[in-house]
Design a protein around this ligand. Structure first.
Ligand code: EPU
Length: 454
């Protein structure tokens, strides 16, 4: 395995995204897959290494293109990044951090959303930062207003340019009182990565508390930061003048684990997800239990299987500890095989059901309500941007010619093609490498029948 493979040399722009799979479905997936560190922690912990005065070691780093993009951006800023012996371990040495050339940074435009998190660390290290236009999955507007408002409160001056954002901090960065309008994962990380070395104390209200954020707090504490949290999403950060490197094993990828769980259930197979842990997946497991799907929690992972007839369920996506938005796409494929009606309310992003069009093309019965569905008691407060999908099953799926739209939706297309009778052509699968390491090898090991045809 290489952590800087073909995908990385393209700066994450192409990453083999044109690849096409011919999938012959209708086979149960059986076997074991291993999940490594979470994409949504690893990439942030890599950015955190910029804040240290000494090298860091990050363990269980998956071989995905989002990691390659962040690695490459760190390297253009003078951070030395190399494999650190053990499989999946990266050494990040920030001792020679320097300003990067505009063209080098610009080469990363559109590749990922992580660069926005370079703002605070670069301001601390260099007094200025240039952040290219952001990429990431096209699943809604995904604005960065919370990020920029928070940075301004710390004292940053933000200048928007046609190709990105330039920031400076003429009077340094100072602790601030910040209340997020929504518990945004990225904005919470922005505040953490900026506040740890700002002068004075920062009080963050309405913070996101996802397990990956708790793991980032653990990383920052290892570096010397002082961060405490209180009930009701309040986080206090006491700024310190100096941070050192860390040695940290990343939390497992619960999104990847949920994807494999859904693949096992959709194809009526049985997959042991090595490395998956119960605590971080409680909400997902509760929903599986309501569908009647089977799971077995073991010390070193979780075994997932369909385990009999599936029942329809109602799911509302939400911030942690709610049902994660990234879990709904693979689960919907499994729900096409459930008896009766399922409803999925998407409350986090305003455009995350586009992938269902392909499932309908394959024979699924799914209706999307673009302005949400006003029915039944709700746990998650209704949001103006929400949508709902109603899935009626079971339906048999048949092979089709489909194109992957984004990371999670794309993986769902692959699962649907594996569930369907007949052959499917699945295009643009390179995008899946943004978040799923070695996924073709894993599919082969589980007995999937496919060829790479382009
Ligand atoms: N939002 C704003 N303004 C902002 C920031 C966010 O309005 O400045 C809104 C967004 O538009 C969205 C909501 O707040 O409606 C939540 O966005 P959040 O900031 O929490 O998401 P994110 O940090 O951009 C991360 C993950 C996503 C995951 C979400 C929610 C990373 C790199 N991405 O995104 O993961 O869905 O949190 O948990 O950590 C994925 O892995 O496929 C993925 C999309």
């Amino acid at each position: 395995m290489t952590l800087l493979g073909e995908t990385a040399t393209t700066g994450g722009r192409k990453g083999g995204e044109g690849e096409v799979l011919a999938i012959r479905g209708g086979r149960a997936l059986r076997g074991t897959v291993e999940v490594l560190g979470a994409k949504n922690l690893v990439t942030k912990a890599m950015v955190a290494a910029l804040l240290g005065e000494s090298p860091s070691v990050l363990r269980d780093v998956p071989d995905i293109s989002d990691v390659a993009v962040v690695r490459s951006l760190l390297e253009v800023h003078g951070v030395r990044v190399e494999e650190a012996g053990e499989r999946g371990a990266l050494l990040l040495d920030p001792r020679d951090v320097e300003s990067a050339h505009m063209e080098e940074i610009d080469a990363h435009a559109g590749a990922s959303r992580i660069p926005i998190l370079f703002c605070g660390p670069l301001l601390h290290r260099l007094g200025q930062a240039f952040i290219p236009d952001l990429g990431g999955c096209r699943i809604g507007d995904r604005p960065i207003d919370f990020h920029l408002d928070a940075l301004r409160k710390f004292g940053a001056v933000v200048e928007k340019l046609p190709s990105g954002i330039r920031l400076s901090a003429p009077r340094g960065l100072h602790g601030a009182n910040i209340h997020l309008p929504y518990p945004s994962v990225g904005a919470t990380e922005q505040v953490l990565l900026t506040a740890v070395r700002a002068e004075g104390t920062t009080e963050l209200r309405n913070a996101a508390i996802e397990p990956e954020i708790m793991d980032l707090i653990a990383v920052l504490q290892k570096m010397g930061a002082i961060i405490s949290y209180e009930p009701n999403r309040v986080v206090l950060i006491e700024g310190v003048p100096r941070l050192e490197g860390y040695d940290h094993r990343a939390i497992f990828d619960r999104n990847e684990a949920a994807s494999w769980a859904s693949a096992a259930i959709a194809t009526d197979g049985e997959i042991f997800v090595a490395g998956a842990q119960q605590q971080e997946m409680l909400t997902f497991l509760n929903v599986l239990r309501k569908t009647g799907a089977g799971f077995e929690i073991r010390e070193d992972g979780i075994l997932f299987r369909r385990g009999g007839d599936l029942r329809g369920v109602t799911v509302e996506t939400d911030v942690h500890p709610g049902f994660m938005t990234d879990w709904q796409q693979p689960l919907i494929v499994a729900l096409t095989q459930a008896q009766g009606r399922s409803v999925v309310h998407e409350t986090v992003y305003e455009n995350r059901f586009g992938f269902t069009q392909a499932l309908v093309q394959m024979g699924a019965d799914i209706t999307v309500y673009p302005h949400g569905l006003q029915e039944g008691p709700r746990r998650v407060p209704r949001r103006s941007l929400e949508q709902a999908a109603v899935i009626t099953g079971p339906t048999s799926l048949r092979g089709a010619d489909i194109t992957v739209p984004d990371l999670r939706g794309g993986y769902s297309h692959v699962i649907a093609a594996l569930t369907a009778e007949g052959e499917s052509t699945v295009r643009n699968i390179g995008i899946i490498r943004r978040g799923y390491a070695d996924f073709l090898d894993k599919l082969s090991a589980l007995g999937a029948d496919f060829d790479v045809v382009g």
